[in-house]
Design a protein around this ligand. Sequence first.
Ligand code: ADP
Ligand code: ADP
Length: 230
Amino acid sequence: APLLQARDIAKSFGRTPALRGLSLTIDAGEVVAVTGPSGSGKSTLLHCLAGITRPDAGEVRFGDTRLDRLDEETRTRLRRDNFGVVLQFGHLVPELTAAENIALPLMFAGAERRAAHAAAVEWLGRVGAVECAHLRPGDLSGGQAQRVAVARALATEPSVIFADEPTGALDTIAGEQVLARLLDAVRSRGTTLVLVTHDNQVAAYADREVIVRDGRLAEPAEPYREPDAT
Ligand code: ADP
Ligand code: ADP
């Protein structure tokens, strides 16, 4: 059975349509790259699948649960229990250190403070950002903030990770390291990963690439064939 399912979802911001009847099914354990031009609706699709944004029309399912029908509080709880989210600008809590940002969701999930803090530092080590443990988001570079956001998403061992340009603020080599760590972690656990990217190399790591164009899924381009010479 599909783990995530969007059926004919539409979403507008004022008069600007972001999604215009998009359908997509994702199975458990799949790594899916969402690509397409800037402004085509990729972030909005990710936010709808992750239960952050409610579509104006259409259905979004996580397993048997209709995400689009849940009230805000229930959706927030469902997200906390099942999803890890890496949004474009990190969305770290500015008053907390990097380690505290990672420890917080672990404590929501029932971990005791010291254990959560120790686990947070361990996850920072795994994404190559242990030196950030005691820094606040305002003192992190863009790349460090993304590493911390990736560590936070991985730390709760969610069944699905949604990541919006998780390597966007990183140079190529640093970006590849972060991505490699993210992929190692999701592949070894069978985590489902939905990854928005404009980077073809990043998309090449995925099991499947879906292309969004003007708020709908585009058919993947036919592979180019040499004209038949015979
Ligand atoms: P992308 O790099 O995917 O094009 P955007 O810069 O379009 O990302 O969007 C980044 C964030 O800003 C998203 O959370 C999106 O919802 C929000 N956003 C995008 N466009 C607008 C807009 N015109 N007005 C307000 N918020 C926007
Ligand atoms: P992408 O991620 O592919 O760049 P988005 O989903 O961010 O695309 O945006 C799709 C369209 O919706 C764009 O025209 C964008 O400006 C608009 N949009 C996205 N989020 C918002 C928002 N919060 N407020 C207003 N317009 C938005």
